[in-house]
Design a protein around this ligand. Sequence first.
Ligand SMILES: [Zn+2]
Length: 132
Amino acid sequence: MMALYENGARRKLMVSVPVHCPYCHSSEIIKAGKQANGTQRYQCQNGRCARRIFLLQYRDRGRVPEVRRQVVNMAINGSGIRDTARVLRISPTTVIAVLKKSRRAATRQPPIATSSSFTHHSRPGGMRRRAR
Ligand SMILES: [Zn+2]
């Protein structure tokens, strides 16, 4: 009659409350230490998940995966940075940061040196192809 908690109780750090990865929605989650501010951190055990460490409650709306997705969606639909910031209740600076990161993640390119790409054409003749 005491064999109630068989599954889960043996794997040491397995969380029993239903925690799901916000990226792949897997429920194979373990605790992964704490943030500097004491917030519990979790780790996704799904090997194919793009993101491994996440928090359940982000203090900062600009860190919430859903908000970040919306930032990218709004940009695709032509919303300006200020519009996006107002609607999602994050700062324009955060909007820019999210967009920069998402573009880098999508194209897997190193950060672009801010001054060179617009002010002067460094390669005459060679790379005339437009990026899209
Ligand atoms: Zn995951």
